[in-house]
Each structure stands twice: as C-alpha cells, then as structure tokens.
Design a protein around this ligand. Structure first.
Ligand code: CAA
Length: 240
C-alpha cells in the first residue's frame, strides 16, 4: 500500500528534498506551497509531484487544502510540517507583524495541519507527523526572537502531540536542522554567515538531502517506536 504524504513548503529547499526522498521511498507525495507559483510549476514539471497552493498559517485554508488533497489523492498518512519563514531583526527593530507572521506560519502551521489530519490518522490507526524545528529553537539566535520562539514552540508541540498520538499508532517527531545550504540561509548577510560557518565543527553548511534522509526514516513503518524525539542534524554546531 502506498502511503500518502503531504510536505508543507515542499517545492523548494529542504521541503523539495523531503518530497523527493519520500517519493523514492514509494510514497505518493503531495507538496504544499504558499507563494511562488512559477517555482511550484517548475517543481511539478521536474519531479512529477503535485503541488497544492494554500497558506498553512491560515486555519481555514489549511483545513480546506488538506480536505482537497484527501478527496483528490486519498487520506493523508504522513504530514511533514516544513513550511517556514524568517523575518530576522533585533527585538528593537522587529515589528509586531514580523513577530506575528513567523509565529502564525512556522508554529501555527503545525497546529493547523495537525488539526486537519490527526483525526483521520487516529481512525486508520496510523500516522507520521514530522515537524521541522531548528537549531535556533534549541540554542536561540541573535536577531531571531520570533523564529527561535516559534521553532522552540515546535519542539514542545511535538512532545505534547506525541503523547496524544501514541496509542493510536501516530508518531510525532521533530528534526532540528542546523544551517543548510538553502535560499533561507543564503539570505543571511555574508559576513554574519561566515562567522556562523566557522562555528560548525564539520566545517560546512548542511545539504537538504541530509535532512530529508532523516525525515524518510521517521516517516517509515519501521520507525513506529520512535516518538516525541528531536533529531539534531547540525554538523556538530550545537550539542546538548
Ligand atoms: N552576538 C552578539 N552580538 C552580535 C551578534 C551575536 N551573535 N551578532 C551581531 N551582534 C552585534 C554586532 O556586533 C553589532 O554590534 P556593534 O554595533 O557594537 O558592532 C550589533 O549586534 C548589530 O549587528 P548587525 O550589524 O548585524 O545588526 P543589523 O541590525 O544590521 O542586523 C541581524 C541584525 C538582521 C539580526 C543580522 O545580524 C542577521 O541577519 N543575523 C543572522 C541571523 C540568523 O542567523 N538568521 C538565521 C536565518 S537561517 C535560519 O533561520 C534557518 C535555520 O533554522 C538555521
């Protein structure tokens, strides 16, 4: 039986690598995206993976988007909450909108997608939810009170929902990527990024595929005993 997986923010960066990895595992994969239609079309043309446009940070849109996927493709077995944005700036310069947008999309998106899919997973006695957190949610990061708070929230959300899902065959885990060579990290000013890379023991940025491999493992049938865990994949930058 081919499991159906939805990857939010799945047409670019880490999300795209996750889509491709789950597809290679034999799953039927659907990507979600919010903004860049052109890139989404190119993604579907290149990978054969369907892309559905909705804003995971808007409750009704996420519910409707998942309902549409379920009616077009089938019931959703695996959700990868990968969609995320940054609005970096020190607290003094950060607007309320910068705070709220990041909380709404990065953390609110996890809640909205879980609300949309958890009950069906419970009824079918199988589910895999993988939430993409961040090293910056574990360790904090100058200029990211919004992002660090949202990602830290994801780690708490994961542990709470894992307890609720366990008896229904639903596992809920998180991955905390370090700095990965995506557009998001490329937007960090060069001199700042150089200092960050200098602190990574492995001596380089990570690759999206290195995150995707772990998502594949956590989404697999055989990872049934792994729940409530956070896997840090950061080149040794943060150990605890
Ligand atoms: N610790 C202490 N002080 C720091 C600091 C740090 N880590 N970084 C900067 N400062 C200091 C600077 O030295 C400077 O001090 P002086 O004025 O005394 O020289 C002061 O703070 C202002 O620094 P900037 O010139 O950088 O300030 P800015 O307002 O121009 O920019 C910023 C602030 C936007 C936060 C910028 O520093 C920045 O982009 N930082 C990177 C943030 C980051 O890592 N984002 C990650 C994005 S990728 C991601 O989030 C993915 C993931 O999950 C890992």
């Amino acid at each position: 039986m081919s499991r159906i997986a939805v990857v939010t923010g799945g047409t670019r960066g880490i999300g795209r690598a996750i889509c491709e990895s789950l597809r290679d595992d034999g799953m039927t994969v659907v990507a979600n995206y919010a903004g860049n239609e052109e890139k989404a079309k190119a993604f579907t043309a290149e990978t054969g993976i369907a892309a559905y446009k909705f804003d995971v940070g808007t409750h009704e849109e996420a519910l409707e988007g998942c309902a549409k996927i379920a009616s077009d493709v089938g019931p959703i077995d695996v959700v990868v909450n990968n969609a995320g944005i940054t609005r970096d700036g020190t607290l003094m310069k950060m607007s309320y909108d910068d705070w709220h947008d990041v909380m709404r999309v990065n953390l609110g998106g996890c809640f909205n997608m879980a609300k949309a899919c958890f009950e069906g997973m419970k009824d079918r006695k199988f589910g895999r939810i993988v939430n993409i957190g961040s090293i910056n949610g574990q360790a904090g990061q100058y200029g990211q009170v919004n992002y660090a708070a949202a990602k830290s929230g994801i780690h708490g959300f994961t542990k709470a929902l894992a307890q609720e899902g366990a008896r229904f065959g639903i596992t809920v885990n998180a991955i905390a990527p370090g700095y990965i060579d995506t557009d998001m990290v490329a937007a960090v000013p060069e001199p700042v990024l150089e200092k960050i890379v200098a602190k990574i023991p492995v001596g380089r940025l990570g690759h999206a595929e290195e995150i995707a491999r772990a998502v594949s493992f956590l989404s697999s049938e055989k990872a049934a005993f792994v729940t409530g865990s956070t896997m840090s994949i950061n080149g040794g930058q943060h150990m605890y």
